[in-house]
Ligand binder design. Sequence first.
Ligand SMILES: Nc1ncnc2c1ncn2[C@@H]1O[C@H](COP(=O)(O)OP(=O)(O)OP(=O)(O)O)[C@@H](O)[C@H]1O
Ligand SMILES: [Mg+2]
Length: 248
Amino acid sequence: MTAQDTPSEAGAGVVDQSEHPPAAELIEVTKRYEGAETVIALDAVDLSIARGEFVAVVGPSGSGKSTMLNLLGLLDTPTEGTVRLDGRDVTDLSERALTDARRERIGFVFQDFHLLPTLTAVENVTLPTAFESGEYGSRATILLRRVGLGDRLTHTPDELSGGQKQRVAIARSLINEPALLLADEPTGNLDRDTGTKILEEFAQICDRGVGVVAVTHDELVTEYADRTVRLVDGRLRSGERGGDGFAT
Ligand SMILES: Nc1ncnc2c1ncn2[C@@H]1O[C@H](COP(=O)(O)OP(=O)(O)OP(=O)(O)O)[C@@H](O)[C@H]1O
Ligand SMILES: [Mg+2]
């Protein structure tokens, strides 16, 4: 990856790599599913996400996008290869240590939100912190205001629109101040204006040194991303540049 020596324009916000290891790295990562027919979901993939970098992942259905997101998010382990988080090899960590690393370092925005139906917006946002002490309620409120939901704090998911649920999920993904934010179709349920707002929020998150990876079919996302990588049959084709800051 070459992001470290690329000047940051238009708020791309790539931080100085001499001080920080990449937010996450996949090194020669292969994921194989053995069955009646063996599926190679990822085939020797190398990917490095710098802190402060926004990477969009595109590719046809079945090309390995969700598999890659799950591996980066420590929800799955590779068949071969190495996964690093913040410079630390996490490939062989115990289940318990993986859970801790995930909770402390990674934010998720799942495609179907994964909100708890009986909790309010604020309660859903504070959920990842439930076992910790601290003033998370006010931070949840700040995050919900930032994504434009200041007037929906006590609504439960069934009282929110699809796009509003999406924004609650984004606020929740940020509550633990992750080093890496992973999003599956983050603008999938949003109109263009709201999608733009969310992407501007992602750009600001990047400016604070968080690495963002978004799987998407949305051209708007690739316009905001520093870099777009394409998966085809489990293989990575990288090098495409996003719309701002990285024109060569
Ligand atoms: N548990 C599993 N067992 C066997 N094969 C699997 C399993 N999970 C995924 N696959 C296969 O691995 C390949 C990659 O799947 P993946 O879900 O990563 O694709 P994707 O790019 O996210 O597709 P989509 O855009 O449809 O969500 C597919 O061919 C899929 O059938
Ligand atoms: Mg998928």
